[in-house]
Design a protein around this ligand. Sequence first.
Ligand code: SF4
Ligand code: SF4
Length: 96
Amino acid sequence: MTYRDIAFDDRMDTVDFDVGDRPHITVDTDICRSCTTKACVPACPAKLFIPTGDGGILFNYEQCFECGTCYQVCNSEGAISWTYPDGGHGVVFRKG
Ligand code: SF4
Ligand code: SF4
């Protein structure tokens, strides 16, 4: 299978998010405050982890690609609770 040449931004314009009511990923910001690496911040391709001034993390699941990278790089047990979105929700990739 081949894909036509397309700029990254144009490719991302073809991605839809059918956001479910239930957050499929939750972050315990109390644990994040004592995290020294904040590895999730540069690792998330959607830039959904935002460091706060008090050492915590702001997180929004709505544009998550469901790649699982944050769960893999986080070294603080219990900080991230990760599941897939409920059926019919989440990211929708289109070929193009
Ligand atoms: S989610 Fe994990 S890696 Fe990210 S700030 Fe919290 S404890 Fe650190
Ligand atoms: S699963 Fe991937 S896109 Fe979603 S929050 Fe984690 S790193 Fe970001």
